[in-house]
Design a binder for this molecule. Sequence first.
Ligand code: ADP
Ligand code: MG
Ligand code: ZN
Length: 472
Amino acid sequence: MTWETIIGLETHVELATRTKIFCSCTTEFGGAPNTHCCPVCTGMPGTLPVLNRQVVELAVKAGLALNCAITRYSKFDRKNYFYPDLPKAYQISQLYAPIARDGAVDIGEGKTIRIHEMHMEEDAGKLVHDPWLDQTRADYNRCGVPLIEIVTEPDFRSADEVIAYLEKLKETLQYLGVSDCKMQEGSLRCDVNLSVRPMGSQELGTRTEMKNLNSFKAISRAIQYEARRQIELIEEGKRVVQETRRWDENKDATYAMRSKENAQDYRYFPEPDIPPLELSEEYLERLRAEQPELAEAKRVRYQADWGLPVYDTEMITSQKALADFFEEVVALGAAPKQAANWIMGEVLGALSVHGLEARDMKLTPPTLARLIQLVKEGRLNRNTAVKVFEAIFETDGDVDTYVKEHGLEQVSDAGLVTKVVDEVLAANAKSVADYRAGKEKAFGFLVGQVMRQLKGQASPAVVNQVLREKLQ
Ligand code: ADP
Ligand code: MG
Ligand code: ZN
């Protein structure tokens, strides 16, 4: 029998606000344990949460970009559970009236993933286990960091589709400035719900849930492992138990954490400390108008307007800061394909050498635009320009000053070239004879000699022309 894998995702994303969702503590990642806390986010009795309006704004932007209907009148609810990483013993979340519903994400190749709903909530703290001392310590710095949770319909059929969706989601949220989506810092975490069914069947099988997967590799492997486990169970005549399972990266296996059948009742009820949220039509209209152009639209535009190859458009839009940089270089007069080549080659190369993201780069668009212009005017040859680029990349140094100080300007003075050509011809009588005897290779050698005398700064076109003339 052939089996079909069915997957639905719940993705938690930490929002890029400066402060937490209900207090003014910083959301900065890291920091000494329990230093980014206050009575509100540590749940002291008698404190009152105040909703951060930027959280709502980022959530609405995300909802719009995911093609959701935005809920004009949304509410918060209390989800009660007891766990040491949650000092209030409840999480403020949204169950009955989430901020956004019924979205859709196009993941390519004609496939669309439906979004069931998206809601706002607060993050919990972190427990740090110390196996040596056999202790567990609580760090509440992350308590109250704003999250959106995005819940899809069970529309995925493979790990590849899941990864394609997450890449699209990450790209979209980064372009919107909603989140940095750094998986290694837990800014984007996934719960994977998975079931299998005989191919062709319309019913959903019993699902398991794998919690808090935080790398694409872990997600992909966990899906493959868990699908195989369920298929084997059913083929052996056993049944899949609805439960939460944990992925163990080291063992490459999932194991049961808790059964869903005796799942806890969260005793949800409307959050009494936060008034319902009412969003005006003008507010939504303003946010709609402010939505930036997303990566997909940029790729289409670069192809249509500037004839860039698909590959180039993908590389350039891989980071928003890079796409912005590219557009500015072009706006300053560089030919789009030239700018693209510099960005894909030299800029991405230098970023990787220095371990930087495009948004942290010092180099500014006018600097690269100037370099491209000097090459175009024949005043720098491409190889020398690359050397200049490498020298000024880290500091965004001045191109013209650097070229002048290092005497790098290309020699296009035909008089000087002629003088050097004469010297080279006089010193290499054998090569001249070879060339006249029909050995084209000898010509290349003579060009090389002239370039060497001129320290590589001559215009190759001028050298070629003078040499040919002299040899005729
Ligand atoms: P819960 O509230 O228990 O987390 P939901 O009904 O909200 O359950 O679903 C959570 C996620 O599980 C959603 O992404 C949904 O698409 C997915 N899901 C639900 N049923 C199945 C199933 N049978 N197989 C795979 N995924 C499923
Ligand atoms: Mg769930
Ligand atoms: Zn606080």
